[in-house]
Design a protein around this ligand. Structure first.
Ligand code: MG
Length: 183
């Protein structure tokens, strides 16, 4: 009886144990003067230039999607959602993010926190940061306190400094739950 209980406790412990995993993602996009407004984290930011992209050009969703794939040791966003696929034209990039979350869950990966850096010279993201964080937290099923977001300029250096484009870096932490049958 005692052995049986100990065995069950051991199995239960295995079932709820996990490994920590991490992933990083990066994306950059060029501005297109023929377009208007920027979309970052699903939030539309009014601007006199838009983003040059096959999809909606949401570099934050693209970098976050790659970070999630990284945490799950999967391939990169271009392997699963190639630019050459006409069905991705002007696509809402939350589709990529939600697909990545589902694919990671199949690998028993569950996100615990996200940290984001957006690098662009203009416009200022201050009025939009809270909305972006809330959107990311909602889509990823995280508490707002587990989503970090910083926006910074590139001090006038390089393509970002010249206002030619923007870049996003994302880091994620998660748990890989260990599978074990509870008997
Ligand atoms: Mg991209």
């Amino acid at each position: 009886m005692k052995d049986n209980i100990l065995k069950r406790l051991e199995n239960l412990e295995k079932a709820v144990s996990f490994d920590m995993v991490s992933g990083i993602g990066f994306d950059s996009h060029r501005f297109n003067p023929a377009k208007k407004d920027i979309i970052l984290g699903g939030v539309k930011i009014p601007y006199h230039k838009g983003i040059d992209s096959h999809s909606d050009g949401d570099a934050l969703y693209h970098a976050l999607t790659d970070a999630i794939f990284g945490a799950a040791a999967l391939n990169d966003i271009g392997d699963y959602f190639p630019d050459s696929d006409p069905s991705h034209k002007n696509l809402d990039s939350s589709i990529f993010l939600l697909a990545a979350l589902r694919m990671a869950e199949k690998e028993n990966i569950f996100l615990t926190s996200i940290d984001i850096i957006i690098i662009l010279e203009k416009p200022s993201l201050s009025p939009f940061k809270q909305a972006i964080k809330e959107n990311i937290a909602r889509l990823c099923g995280l508490d707002l306190k587990n989503v970090g977001l910083k926006a910074k300029t590139n001090e006038s250096l390089g393509f970002i400094g010249r206002g030619e484009g923007l870049a996003v870096i994302v880091s994620v932490l998660g748990k890989r739950m260990r599978r074990a049958a509870i008997s």
